[in-house]
Unconditional design. Structure first.
Length: 482
């Protein structure tokens, strides 16, 4: 399917390089010397804002091809006198919406918004910017989401619908980096202060490589390496977080008293799942659904990203051991439904199927998944989806570690079940002017007052000087649910 649709690798690479050369002349219509913006209201935001859209070519190789409206919102500096270097938010997922998240970032970054604008750009394929919406969850067949994280029929249906209007090979991060740069230029901003979390740090790395002179500072929270971090790494990362959860429960008196045999109960659950003995009733399904170990392990993985969610896991697992799987099933279905509201799965697949999955070496799978609860389930589910999905050709050397001299603050939590500490070490290696802050007791992309103060210092000074002393104090852990 991919070979039928797309040209050879070398030809595609030449085309992409041509795109990078031509982007300045093709991204903005010649009839629009300035990007129009008008006052707008953003949900949960009282500050004045302006919204607009930038017209870009979906495929820079075709000047007469489809154009995308890249939507942006600017929350103006409250003083009315903005410095030329705004804070630009890069969302994670991949596939999260920036403009809809305005109120969260105003809350986080409010101390800096007196004299700086906040720039929110919906990445192509998300939010208002030609969203690539996929409906993986079906109200008519919720059991499909209990069986699979990426139901194959839903993925196939999504591709058929999206390909009616979209070239799914034109939504990788290099294209978004170009879009963001065009927004910066037409808004006549100076260098950007990039603020990125999780997969948004991948977008930041792409932008830093393509436009190093356009970055003043960077904040990379829970960073994902450009050459790692895909589904091959999930099993070992989850296992480490899961083992820590068991140890923490045993160390807390209330959790230990409530679940004195938690590890043994968990092992029995695993044996039942492996034997195909667990059958659950799902609303709308005519017959009981057999639960797989992999699907439950993937749900558990999602709960280990942050301590607050992980604190409920012993209770969930104990209920399942006692025969009541309904709390897990209800939570799983709620997550599957809500994910579609928060995430553009079309963009998720366009990026991960091009930038992650093709680079998995089968020789590494056994070692990466051996003796883990998740095993190769998530990897195989994503590989199956990506076998169907059109694949983009990346620029030569795209997956080489990014090198940058921009002042950068890395922040990671030692209890992050999504991006382990070695991810940060791997990314930070290429940054010559950086500080890494490890917050004990904190999970994925979490924020606290200490981190906020350090970030404010970074942006105000444009320097990392003094950011690593003193370090942030540990974050108190939430009590386990009993």
């Amino acid at each position: 399917m991919v070979m039928r649709k797309y040209a050879s690798c070398s030809a595609s690479l030449l085309s992409l390089l041509a795109f990078l050369r031509l982007e300045d002349s093709l991204a903005v219509p010649a009839t629009s010397p300035e990007l129009p913006a008008s006052p707008c209201r953003l949900a949960g935001v009282t500050e004045p804002a302006q919204c607009g859209a930038l017209s870009v070519l979906e495929n820079p190789e075709r000047a007469d091809g489809r154009r995308l409206a890249i939507h942006f919102a600017v929350i103006r500096a409250s003083s009315g006198k903005a410095l030329p270097d705004p804070i630009a938010v890069l969302m994670g997922g991949p596939g999260e919406k920036a403009i809809e998240s305005a109120s969260m970032y105003v809350g986080k970054l409010g101390s800096l918004l007196g004299d700086r604008d906040l720039l929110l750009v919906d990445q192509r394929g998300t939010g208002k910017s030609a969203p690539l919406e996929c409906h993986l969850f079906s109200r008519a067949d919720p059991a499909a989401s209990v069986r699979d994280i990426f139901p194959s029929e839903a993925v196939s249906r999504c591709i058929r619908e999206l390909e009616k209007t979209a070239d799914l090979t034109r939504y990788a991060f290099p294209y978004f980096a170009s879009d963001l740069e065009q927004v910066r230029r037409v808004l006549r901003y100076g260098r950007l202060n990039l603020f990125a979390g999780s997969y948004g740090t991948r977008a930041a790395q792409a932008y830093l490589r393509q436009y190093p002179q356009s970055v003043r500072t960077a904040y990379l929270g829970s960073p994902v390496p450009i050459d790692a971090g895909g589904p091959l790494d999930f099993a070992r990362t989850e296992q480490t977080a899961l083992d820590h959860m068991f140890e923490s429960c045993a160390a807390e008196a209330a959790c230990r008293a409530a679940f004195p045999n938690l590890r043994d109960e968990f092992q029995q659950l695993v044996r039942r799942l492996d034997a195909g003995e667990v059958r659950v009733h799902v609303a709308g399904a005519p017959d009981p659904v057999v639960l797989s170990r992999g699907r439950i392990a993937e749900w558990v993985r999602s709960q280990l990203y942050r301590p607050h969610d992980a604190a409920a896991l012993p209770w969930f697992l104990h209920r399942a051991y006692a025969g009541d799987w309904s709390p897990i099933i209800d939570n799983m279905l709620s997550d599957a439904h809500d994910a579609e509201q928060d995430l553009s799965f079309g963009l998720f697949f366009s990026i991960t199927c091009s930038e992650d999955v093709p680079f998995v070496n089968e020789e590494d799978v056994a070692a990466a998944t051996r003796d883990t609860f998740l095993g190769d389930y998530r990897l195989r589910q994503q590989q199956a989806a990506c076998r169907l999905w059109p694949i983009a050709t990346l620029p030569n050397g795209y997956r080489q570690p990014v090198r940058s001299s921009s002042p950068t603050l890395f922040v990671t939590g030692d209890l992050d079940g999504g991006t382990p500490l070695w991810f940060t070490d791997r990314v930070a290696r290429g940054f010559s002017d950086h500080v890494t802050v490890v917050v004990h007791g904190q999970g994925h992309t979490e924020w606290n007052e200490c981190v906020a103060r350090k970030y404010e210092q970074l942006v105000r000074s444009g320097s990392i000087r003094g950011l690593n002393s003193p370090s942030c104090p540990p974050v108190p852990l939430p009590p386990f649910k009993t």
